[in-house]
Design a protein around this ligand. Structure first.
Ligand SMILES: Nc1nc2c(ncn2[C@@H]2O[C@H](COP(=O)(O)OP(=O)(O)OP(=O)(O)O)[C@@H](O)[C@H]2O)c(=O)[nH]1
Ligand SMILES: [Mg+2]
Length: 314
């Protein structure tokens, strides 16, 4: 090997010794706070959050550095009883995220406790032959006695290796959890550059941000009947970015709701999305949103590919 090659050595060779790296999956019922926790652990907004259930639709990876350890956190869609094809793809992707991880964290909304939905996950958990960790989230909402009771009840059902009580929203217990997860990472070179917080391309994140604004502003079935894709991402000579996105809905009546009276709703969605996309892209952004009616988008494999989901046949 020529001596010059040393300058081009792969990044692993420049890493400190004793590095560790691995995957930690966050699973739980919809709305347990998985995406909020991912963002809190990463320290940046990587995954979208809303008050509504079924916000996350595909695996979202966030990268955390803790000392010599790199933790690749995998946010997953909430696990629920699927009805539609899209539901099935989401739930399938959640379990697949767990199957591949070095550790699986079950996140439970402490205020809701152990309901039927959590029970359903617990029944299937033995299939996942991975170290399991229990995380009780939203501890800001309930008294401590009830927490201990809930932790005991869940630990009686599943052999969790560890239990944490946190508030992902307020940041309580996050530091300790991050350190504990780092300890569990196996020896390995880092898998991503150490300053990277996500593996998702910006155009994907931008589509997700717009979808989050739809979840914030539209209600009932609409968020679940729509999807967003980034069609164009054009960097202009002045460094600003021109972005075009399409919001797919299933009916003309839904299109009217997304547009709103005099286009007010789409304007508000666009404004809110643009501000956040600017931050993510670190550039001035011109955002153009189009709304298209595609009756069967939820049965179209191309839409699943864009979302990063497997298309369930049958
Ligand atoms: N009070 C309180 N609210 C929280 C906490 N963590 C998350 N939330 C709220 O719970 C709601 C759901 O949070 P998400 O992070 O979107 O939940 P998720 O588990 O990712 O939901 P899905 O993607 O639908 O599966 C949001 O309104 C959050 O602000 C917490 O520690 N305390
Ligand atoms: Mg989520």
């Amino acid at each position: 090997m020529a001596e010059d090659d040393a300058a081009d050595a792969p990044t692993e060779q420049r890493q400190p010794q004793d590095t560790r790296a691995g995957f930690v999956a966050l699973i739980g019922v919809p709305n347990a706070g998985k995406s909020t926790l991912l963002n809190a652990l990463v320290g940046a907004k990587v995954s979208i959050v809303s008050r509504k259930v079924q916000t996350t639709r595909a695996l979202v990876r966030g990268i955390v550095m803790e000392g010599a350890a790199q933790i690749i956190l995998v946010d997953t869609p909430g696990i629920f009883a699927p009805k539609r094809r899209l539901d099935r793809a989401m739930v399938h992707s959640a379990w697949s995220g767990a199957a591949d991880a070095d550790a699986v964290c079950l996140l439970v909304d402490a205020r809701k406790g152990m309901d039927e939905e959590v029970e359903t996950i617990i029944r299937r958990l033995p299939e996942v032959k991975r170290p399991k960790i229990l995380i009780l989230n939203k501890i800001d909402l309930i008294p401590r006695e009830r927490l201990l009771e809930l932790a005991a009840k869940l630990n009686a059902e599943v052999p969790f290796e560890d239990t944490f009580m946190i508030s992902a929203l307020k940041g309580d217990g996050i530091e300790r959890l991050r350190e504990a997860l780092a300890q569990r990472m196996p020896p390995s070179p880092w898998l991503y550059p150490e300053d990277q917080v996500s593996d998702a391309p910006l155009r994907m994140l931008a589509a997700e941000i717009t979808r989050e604004k739809i979840y914030d502003r539209l209600h009932e079935e609409l968020p679940y009947r729509s999807t967003v894709e980034t069609d164009q991402w054009q960097v202009r000579p002045d460094g600003s970015v021109r972005i075009e996105q399409t919001i797919f809905v299933e009916r003309e009546s839904q299109r009217s709701i997304v547009l709103g009276k005099n286009g007010q709703t789409i304007k508000a969605i666009g404004q809110a999305a643009r501000i956040e996309i600017c931050e993510a892209a670190e550039a001035k952004v011109h955002l153009f949103l189009h709304v298209k009616v595609r009756e069967n988008w939820a049965d179209d494999p191309a839409r699943y590919r864009e979302m990063g989901l497997e298309f369930p046949t049958g």
